[in-house]
Every structure is written in structure tokens, then in C-alpha cells.
Ligand binder design. Structure first.
Ligand SMILES: *Cc1c(COP(=O)(O)O)cnc(C)c1O
Length: 395
């Protein structure tokens, strides 16, 4: 692969391991293990003299193609593919922490990420502090001598707040900690945390990278040294590996990622502007709009807006439910990044496990909806919303 290739080219050709048959599309190596020509060859594999494959929990050629293509897109030296986004997040955190360590994380986190930081890590003697990610002073105030990892996502789910990744990375470097960034919402096309100074990037490939609602997957990207020294042994002995079949589906997804995300972002911008003009909408939160509270930061660290919009309707939970129920094209689902437009009511679904107080702190009100914009005709989507507003206003 040439280093001058642009992302769209890398996402189609990056990491391809063509077999002796010269197949056009990536081969699917649906195998658990590998056979050796001799006992000596097996010995050489196991002692590292021969770099070939041993067992698909450690590595598999189709999964390698996915990992290499992720590296090519992200500009990372190394990647490990995981069975899901949470497999990536939990492995990236657990592999480098030990009892007595401390983690600081932004409070606005994907629900399961928050569980890992707030509930799971403390069971193993790793303390954690959740802070308002928007405030660098809050990050600084939470630092302890034993702080080893800083963790954040930006934009956040579902309120689309931003965290200044560069500033938090500088803080991590000052104290010798590792900054882990969950880059799902921005997608690898619109934000490069490694370039902004993060040490480790994690993805749920389930979202935009598949983008067609088919399979789960995840990825952890960092330097070759970090992956080899901190993560590889943890990964191969605990087994959050990606299935070769899922890697193959995700490789196909990557080929069309730039086209899909560009279209979804353009449509999201159009719909955000439409929603901002509606009388029954109290507030629209969209990182591509000038009225986003952190519009300046969005321009600095993101190449474009987002495929997601958060908005609040007049009339609380009842009005939000009526609007969802009146939609025809836009489906009610907690997933995101799909070709199908999906809407969810975070307070009663993805964020239902938080206390009322925690939801208030995060700004997740009963009238908030999160819309993941898909690939349907944007005029049809706008009509769907317009009709639903009319029907629900009558209800
Ligand atoms: C979906 C998601 C995850 C978890 O990914 P799975 O593939 O569902 O395990 C983690 N972080 C963010 C921001 C997500 O949106």
C-alpha cells in the first residue's frame, strides 16, 4: 500500500492478503486452526521463528486483513480486532491496569463503558473517578499519583458533547498516563484521536464500519509496542477475538464507509437544520451547527459534523413517544450508524440504568430523542418527521 493513498483508496485496498488463487474479493478463512508440515514447523511457529498462524483466537488471515485495513485508515502501527465494541473497550482498559491503579473518565459515556469504569474495574481494585469531560480543570482535579489511564468518547452519546482531545492528551503526557479514546461517534473519517495525541483508539465496528446492521465487531489501535507489550497476551489468553466471518463482512463495509458516512452526515445536517426550525422542537444538538455549544472545538478537532442528531421536543416523554410511534420510515432502535435511520429515547432505553439525578447531570431529559440518520432519501426522511410531528400534535 502506498502511503500517499487517500482514505477512500486505503479502505478498499489496505491490508489485502491475496492468496495464490488471486481472488478479487478478500478470502474468508473460516478456520479455527492451522496445520503444520512437520513437528519442526510446529515448533518453529510456537517459538516465534516462523511468524505464521497458530490458532484463530490469536490471529486469522481474514481478521488480519481487517486489522491492517483499520491501521491503514487510522494511521496506526498496530490493531487487534475484537468480537464487539465492548470487547475492545474492556480489553483496552483491563490489559493495562492492575489493583491500586486509578482511572479518570468523562462522565458522558456509552452505557456499557460506564459500567466497566464505574462498576467492573473497582471489583479488581482499580479506582475510578468520573468527571465533566468538557472541563479541563475537572480532569486536572481528579488526577492522583496512581492515575494510569484517562478515558473518553467525543462526541458523547447521546448529548453530542465534545471533549477537547488534544488538551486531555497533553494532561495524560504530563502525568505519564495513557489516553484511551472511544471514537465511534466521530467515525475514523472525521476525527483522528492519535493525531490529536491519544495513545489508544477503540471502535465499535458494529456501527458505521459495518453500517448495514449485520454483525458485531470492535478494534483497538495503538503503537506496535503498546499492542505487543500491553495487550497481546491479555487478548490471546482471554479470547475476545473477532470471528473471521464478521471480519469479512466488516471488510466489505469498509469499502463503502466514506460514501455512506458522507451521505449520512450531509443528510443529518439537513435534518438538524429542519428540526431547529420546528416550533415543537425545543433544542437541537448537532456538532455541525454554529449553535452547538462547542462549535469552535468541533471545527478544530472534527472534519465534519456527525451522522447523529440529538433533539428535545415540547411535551416531555409523552410527546417524544408519540413522535417515535408516528414515524414510518425511521425505525425505533437503539443501534446507530446503520443504513436505516434509527431513533431512540435515551432516558427509557440506552440510559435507563442511570439515576434521575445522573441523567439530569448529563442533560438527558425525558423529552430528548437521538436520531441516527441513514441512507434513505433525505426528502423522504424529512417528510416522515413532518408527518409524525403533525400526527403527534393531534394526539
Ligand atoms: C456501540 C458502542 C460501543 C459498544 O459497541 P458494541 O459493538 O455494541 O459492543 C462502545 N462505545 C460507543 C460509543 C458505542 O456507540
Amino acid at each position: 500500500m502506498s502511503t500517499t493513498w487517500k482514505p477512500a483508496t486505503r479502505l478498499i485496498h489496505g491490508g489485502t492478503l491475496r492468496s495464490q488463487h488471486g481472488e478479487t474479493s478478500e478470502a474468508l478463512y473460516l478456520t479455527q486452526g492451522f496445520v503444520y508440515d512437520s513437528a519442526e514447523a510446529a515448533e518453529a511457529r510456537f517459538n516465534g521463528d516462523d511468524q505464521g498462524y497458530i490458532y484463530s483466537r490469536y490471529a486469522n488471515p481474514t481478521v488480519t486483513m481487517f486489522e491492517e485495513r483499520m491501521c491503514a485508515m487510522e494511521g496506526a502501527e498496530a490493531c487487534l480486532a475484537t468480537s464487539s465494541g465492548m470487547g475492545a473497550v474492556s480489553a483496552a482498559l483491563m490489559c493495562q491496569l492492575e489493583a491500586g491503579d486509578h482511572v479518570v473518565a468523562a462522565r458522558a459515556l456509552f452505557g456499557s463503558c460506564r459500567y466497566v469504569v464505574e462498576k467492573l474495574l473497582p471489583k479488581f481494585g482499580v479506582a475510578s473517578t468520573l468527571v465533566d469531560g468538557k472541563s479541563i480543570d475537572a480532569w486536572k482535579a481528579a488526577i492522583r499519583p496512581e492515575t494510569k489511564v484517562l478515558f473518553l468518547e467525543s462526541p458523547t452519546n447521546p448529548t453530542l458533547e465534545l471533549v477537547d482531545i488534544k488538551a486531555v492528551a497533553e494532561l495524560a503526557n504530563e502525568i505519564g498516563a495513557v489516553l484511551v479514546v472511544d471514537n465511534v461517534f466521530a467515525t475514523p473519517l472525521y476525527q483522528n484521536p492519535l493525531e490529536l495525541g491519544a495513545h489508544v483508539v477503540v471502535y465499535s465496528a458494529t456501527k458505521h464500519i459495518d453500517g448495514q446492521g449485520r454483525c458485531l465487531g470492535g478494534a483497538v489501535l495503538s503503537t506496535r509496542d503498546w499492542i505487543d507489550e500491553k495487550m497481546f497476551d491479555y487478548f490471546r489468553h482471554t479470547g475476545p477475538s473477532m470471528s473471521p466471518f464478521n471480519a469479512w463482512v466488516l471488510l466489505k463495509g469498509m469499502e463503502t464507509l466514506p460514501l455512506r458516512v458522507a451521505q449520512q452526515t450531509t443528510s443529518a445536517g439537513t435534518l438538524a437544520d429542519y428540526l431547529a426550525e420546528k416550533n415543537n422542537v425545543k433544542r437541537v444538538i448537532y456538532p455541525g451547527r454554529d449553535d452547538h455549544p462547542q462549535a469552535e472545538l468541533a471545527r478544530q478537532q472534527m472534519a465534519a459534523g456527525s451522522t447523529l442528531i440529538a433533539f428535545e421536543v415540547e411535551g416531555g416523554k409523552q410527546a417524544a413517544f408519540e413522535l417515535e410511534n408516528a414515524l414510518e420510515i425511521i425505525k425505533i432502535s437503539n443501534n446507530l450508524g446503520d443504513a436505516k435511520s434509527l431513533i431512540t429515547h435515551p432516558a427509557t432505553t440506552t440510559h435507563k440504568n442511570l439515576s434521575d439525578e445522573e441523567r439530569d447531570t448529563l442533560g438527558i431529559s425525558a423529552s430528548m430523542l437521538r436520531l441516527s440518520v441513514g441512507l434513505e432519501d433525505v426528502g423522504d426522511l424529512q417528510d416522515d418527521l413532518e408527518k409524525a410531528f403533525t400526527v403527534s400534535a393531534r394526539a
